[in-house]
Structure formats: C-alpha cells, structure tokens
Design a protein around this ligand. Structure first.
Ligand SMILES: Cc1cc2nc3c(=O)[nH]c(=O)nc-3n(C[C@H](O)[C@H](O)[C@H](O)COP(=O)(O)O)c2cc1C
Length: 202
C-alpha cells in the first residue's frame, strides 16, 4: 500500500510549538509516513514581531520551513495541527490559514481525513484543552476523523494530556517526555490512517 501522507501544519512565535511539530514529523516519518512540515504565514506586523527578540529570532531561524498551502491539505491523508494557546484558543495566525480553506471544504476535499492537534501554553492551566477542543470544532465541520492520543502509550501517563500533546512553555523548552508524547501522537495518527487507507482500498 502507498505510504500514509502526513502534513504537520503549525504556528509558533517563539519555538515551543515548532519543537513539538518537529517531533511529530519525526514520529510520523519513523512510522513510515511521507511527511510535510509546514508553518502557516505570519500575520502579525513586523513591528510586533520585532518588539520581542525571541519572536524575531524564531522567524529568522525557521525561514527555511515552507509555508502551508491548500495543496498540503489536499495531499495529506492526515493532518496534525500545532498552535500556541492564545487566551484559551488557537492562535490567530493558524485560524487565518484555516479560514482560507472554505473552497476546499465546499468541494468536500477536507472530509474523511484524519486530524489531530497539539499545543503549548505558558501555564499548566492556561487553556491547553480548550484550545485543542476549539480546533476540533473545525475538524467536525470538515467531516474529519479526530484521532487524539488518549492514554494509548505509557508516555501519556507522564505527559498527561489525552486531548493532544501539550507543553507548558513557562517551564522552558519541551522536555524529552513531551517530545516523545508528540512522536507517539504522530505514530498513532499514522497507524489509524494506514488502517483506514487499507480498509478503503479493500
Ligand atoms: C496574545 C497571547 C495570548 C496568550 N494566551 C495564553 C493563555 O490563554 N494561556 C497561557 O497559558 N498562555 C498564553 N499565552 C502564552 C503562549 O501560549 C505561549 O507563549 C506559547 O504557547 C509559546 O508557544 P510558541 O513558543 O510556539 O510561540 C499567550 C500569549 C500571547 C502572545
């Protein structure tokens, strides 16, 4: 069977979600998928980006990451979305990309794919789950198949978020446990998507 195609589409201002996205891409690749790692376009004005040195540095450091487009969504069998938590919701930059997808949705091109999501917030109770659930609202509208990590691997009992890999950025960069949770989430997405593809091909 043709390998599962996974797009990891994310927004990150200061690198935490980018690190999770890289781990998810790695997990999917190791599970045998073809992977596209894509950032969404920055919508904040240059003055805003420049006002925070760590934000400006991250933009420079990820200049070589391709920007997400509709072709990535069409190509993928499964999409993992990553976003910082912003007032308990996905970042506007990711929403801006999602809100360009009306024509794809209208033509049924987003339906029947597998979707999963991960996030970072500054604090432990800062809205990670509300962010992931808010993204899921879109997956329902698209007719997607939501695949959360649940507690399907021992790492989930350490990292502790069945809704999707979540990182508390106030404590520093993602730990190896959190990165492993992202890899596990991606592996699970690949496994479920492969089973769906095989079932559809049969
Ligand atoms: C406008 C704005 C709103 C935010 N809202 C929240 C929030 O509701 N809860 C929280 O814990 N952190 C919040 N944060 C912190 C971000 O979630 C945190 O900086 C982000 O997860 C870091 O990810 P990144 O390094 O990939 O950009 C907010 C940050 C900004 C700029």
């Amino acid at each position: 069977m043709e390998p599962v195609k996974v797009a990891v589409i994310y927004y990150s201002a200061t690198g935490n979600v980018h690190a999770l996205a890289q781990a998810a891409a790695e997990g999917a690749e190791k599970a045998g998928a073809h992977v596209r790692l894509r950032k969404v376009a920055e919508t904040a004005p240059p003055e805003a980006v420049g006002s925070r040195p760590e934000w400006a540095a991250h933009v420079r450091n990820t200049a070589d990451v391709a920007e997400a487009g509709h072709d990535d969504l069409e190509w993928a069998d499964a999409v993992l979305f990553g976003t910082p938590t912003r007032f308990g919701n996905p970042a506007g930059q990711l929403r801006a990309f999602i809100e360009t997808t009306g024509p794809l949705w209208y033509h049924g091109k987003l339906a029947d794919k597998v979707y999963s999501a991960f996030t970072a917030s500054n604090t432990a109770h800062g809205g990670q789950e509300s962010t992931l659930l808010a993204l899921s609202n879109t997956f329902y509208h698209w007719g997607g198949i939501i695949v959360p990590p649940g507690y399907t691997d021992p790492v989930q009992l350490q990292s502790g978020n069945p809704y999707g890999t979540s990182h508390v950025a106030g404590g520093g960069a993602p730990s190896e446990t959190t990165l492993e949770a992202a890899r596990h989430q991606a592996r699970r997405v690949v496994a479920i998507t492969a089973a769906l593809k095989a079932g559809r091909a049969a």
